[in-house]
Design a protein around this ligand. Structure first.
Ligand SMILES: [Zn+2]
Length: 474
């Protein structure tokens, strides 16, 4: 697996060198790159989206979209740009993106300032280039191509770009407001948001073949505090049989030593089945028939951290705290913080029960700090097929599979309301560029930006041509 990654890495370096030559000629820089560059320059770290939102919504209005500002607060700016007015009541194809970005720490390590939107080496550099302003630019410019058509004819559905705030901190200032206050106005029949993308280095038999994972489900976060309080003697010179730190360490030990129960939920089974179909050969056969190959496949899956996380509920200890004191003082209280990630089908109550049993100490107080939105996976439907078709038009010969993603995002707010929701950033990036997300030197190749734009363009074309488009007309 790692050698294949290395080969992919090298081939991608060669590609980026050819892009370098292209960028040397500024005439060849497309409008999409200039727009993304300007959008990045409106820094919009979560809680400060307003100026960037005003900029992007103004661009949309100038292009001729129907723009609605849904919320306009200093820390929450949410807007839509649509082919038809929202109050036309048409069923709506919603293209979701978020305005906010994560902060850029350690600025001195950046090749170019993170909020300068520099275009160099055939790439647009800066915070938000990939996550998620680039996607907003792709969606808006793809829709722009259909503005005239929408004016001249009465399409059976609307297409709306929805740009929201606060995604990076849980969606309370964005997606949550939309689903609680504006869902009727928005009238979505499907939401295409972020989440999946091209995934390099997965196919063993054909490592050069592109594979795209459209996310149909997310694991949800469950943050927990474990507190253990005890009154014991306070001096460390004579250790009591039982005291806070020792008992807590023992309980946490039992927790990390437990065997994580493997669960093949419907969404993971589907994912491996479809991967098996794309992969082919013996490996593909094994992936399609997991029940038959369980004894061989499961040990291999356990060795791959990401795969292991996709078939289990995970528990990560992220903090252990005691009140400050000198080294010889036995604290009377100790807390630990757990970042748990649950499979969509897992019941929170049952999970907490399991956790209690695993700790093996009735004295430990378990408190839920925060739970992510609980939503069941999207059942793959025609809207999945349309995205798949669009991807295959732009990336001929590529494989497309539905995936469960280990981390959560805004999509689950819509899923929880029963709206089919798919995650797809329609670009194929090498690992070293994927790793720049939330990191130093985030950057998106212009070529990838243009290809992603083309996927959305094709998606709308497919929707118009499809049975769905015609069916709604009748
Ligand atoms: Zn994002």
């Amino acid at each position: 697996m790692h050698r294949i990654l290395a080969i992919l890495f090298l081939s991608c370096l060669l590609v980026s060198r050819s892009l370098f030559a292209q960028a040397a000629d500024s005439d060849t820089i497309p409008h999409s790159a200039h727009l993304l560059s300007r959008y990045i320059r409106h820094a919009s770290v979560t809680g400060n989206e307003r100026m960037a939102g005003l900029f992007f919504s103004t661009v949309a209005r100038q292009k001729g979209f129907h723009v609605e500002i849904l919320t306009d607060e200093p820390d929450s700016f949410n807007f839509t740009a649509s082919l038809y007015p929202l109050d036309s009541g048409k069923p709506n194809i919603v293209l979701l993106n978020h305005i906010d970005v994560v902060p850029a720490v350690s600025k001195e390590e950046f090749t170019y300032p993170p909020f300068a939107g520099v275009i160099a080496d055939g790439k647009v550099w800066g915070r938000g280039a990939i996550d998620n302003k680039g996607m907003g630019v792709m969606q808006l410019l793809a829709m722009e191509d259909y503005l005239d058509l929408a004016k001249d004819s009465d399409l059976p559905f609307n297409v709306t770009m929805l740009s929201v705030s606060g995604e990076e901190t849980g969606g309370e200032a964005g997606a949550k407001i939309i689903v609680t206050e504006f869902l009727d106005l928005l009238n979505p029949v499907v939401v295409y948001g972020e989440g999946g993308s091209g995934v390099p280095g997965v196919l063993v038999r054909e490592p050069d073949r592109k594979l795209f994972g459209i996310s149909v489900a997310f694991k949800r976060s469950l943050w927990i505090e474990l507190k253990l309080s005890m009154t014991t003697i306070g001096h460390g010179s004579v250790p009591p049989v039982s005291y806070t730190v020792q008992d807590k360490v023992q309980a946490l030990n039992r927790l990390v030593d437990r065997d994580r129960r493997i669960t093949f939920s419907e969404s993971t089974r589907n994912m491996f089945y479809e991967l098996g179909r794309v992969e082919g050969g013996l490996r593909g056969f094994a992936l399609r028939n997991l029940w038959l190959f369980r004894p061989f496949v499961i040990p291999a899956m356990k060795r791959e951290e990401v795969i292991h996380a996709l078939i289990t509920n995970t528990i990560t200890i992220t903090a252990i705290n005691t009140p400050e004191g000198p080294p010889n003082l036995i604290p009377q209280e100790i807390t630990a913080v757990l970042d748990c990630r649950l499979l969509p089908e897992t019941d929170t109550g049952e999970f907490l029960e399991e956790l209690r049993r695993a700790l093996g100490n009735e004295e430990v107080d378990i408190r839920v700090i925060k739970e992510g939105v609980h939503a069941l996976p999207t059942q793959v439907d025609k809207f999945y097929d349309y995205m798949k078709e669009a991807l295959k038009i732009v990336y001929p010969g590529s494989g497309v599979i539905p995936v469960l993603a280990p981390a959560s995002n805004d999509n689950n707010y819509f899923r929880a309301r029963g709206i089919p929701t798919y995650g797809m950033l329609p670009v194929f990036l090498p690992v070293y560029l994927i790793e720049t997300i939330h990191n130093v030197d985030e950057r998106l190749p212009i070529d990838a930006l243009e290809k992603g734009l083309d996927v959305y363009r094709q998606l709308i074309a497919v929707l118009i041509e499809s049975g769905y488009g015609r069916q709604v007309i009748q």
